[in-house]
Write a protein that binds this ligand. Structure first.
Ligand SMILES: Nc1ncnc2c1ncn2[C@@H]1O[C@H](COP(=O)(O)OP(=O)(O)OP(=O)(O)O)[C@@H](O)[C@H]1O
Length: 210
């Protein structure tokens, strides 16, 4: 059964249509990676799914309050420490235990540091740790690995695997190889679009390896 179902979706940015006729679904335990060149509309699609802007057409179905969205910005409170930031988000989402998130994103040694004093990659690890305290099953992630070093990318990929193994799902726009061999790919590159007759779904949904 699908956690997220998108049918005939059309999205716009700055008043101009960007993508149209997108249909795909995301099941529990699965990850879908969004690919496509700069400007094709990945961020616009994710913003629309997250409810930050209206669609032009189509439907998006998911259980209420099931999505956690991580945009380009880390959404951190700069004067709060790492631990306080996660505690803040845990209170927003009414979840309790932040220890697994601290551990999973390797933040224990930084927990007393104010967020403004962190490096870009450390901030990004904290921003991603926020996902773990939301308790939300559908992760929608826009370029989550920006600023991360190789070890942190692997840490993040492991966190995604853990999330999927726990029955969650993830939609991830990324230009890099996350090493998630089990993920499917939705390639938005216009010339790569396959017709249903060629074996593709609407939106050029294509089973592939990363
Ligand atoms: N704030 C904005 N106002 C108007 N147009 C915008 C705005 N942000 C993006 N656009 C335009 O909307 C289109 C889709 O942009 P979008 O950011 O969704 O692409 P993307 O696939 O996420 O790109 P990237 O890989 O560079 O992040 C582009 O043509 C872009 O120039």
């Amino acid at each position: 059964m699908s956690m997220l179902s998108v049918e005939g979706l059309a999205v716009s940015r700055g008043g101009l249509p960007v993508l149209e006729n997108l249909s795909f679904s995301l099941d529990a335990g699965h990850a879908l990676v969004l690919r496509g060149p700069n400007g094709v509309g990945k961020t616009t699609l994710l913003r629309t799914l997250a409810g930050l802007q209206p669609s032009l057409a189509g439907t998006v179905s998911m259980p209420p309050e099931s999505m956690a969205y991580a945009a380009h910005s880390d959404g951190l409170k700069s004067t709060l420490t790492v631990r306080e930031n996660l505690g803040f988000w845990a209170s927003v989402y009414a979840t309790n235990d932040i220890e697994p998130a601290l551990e999973r994103m390797n933040l224990q040694s930084l927990e007393t540091r104010p967020a403004h004093s962190l490096s870009a990659g450390q901030k990004r690890r904290l921003g991603l740790a926020r996902l773990l305290v939301t308790g939300r099953p559908i992760w929608v992630l826009d370029e989550p690995t920006v600023s991360l070093d190789t070890a942190s990318v692997a840490l993040f990929a492991e966190a995604v695997r853990g999330h999927l193994a726990g029955g969650g799902a993830a939609l991830i726009a990324t230009h890099i190889d996350l090493g998630l061999n089990e993920a499917s790919v939705l390639d938005l590159t216009p010339f790569k679009a396959k017709t249903p007759e060629e074996g593709g779904m609407q939106g050029a949904f294509d089973e592939a390896f990363l």
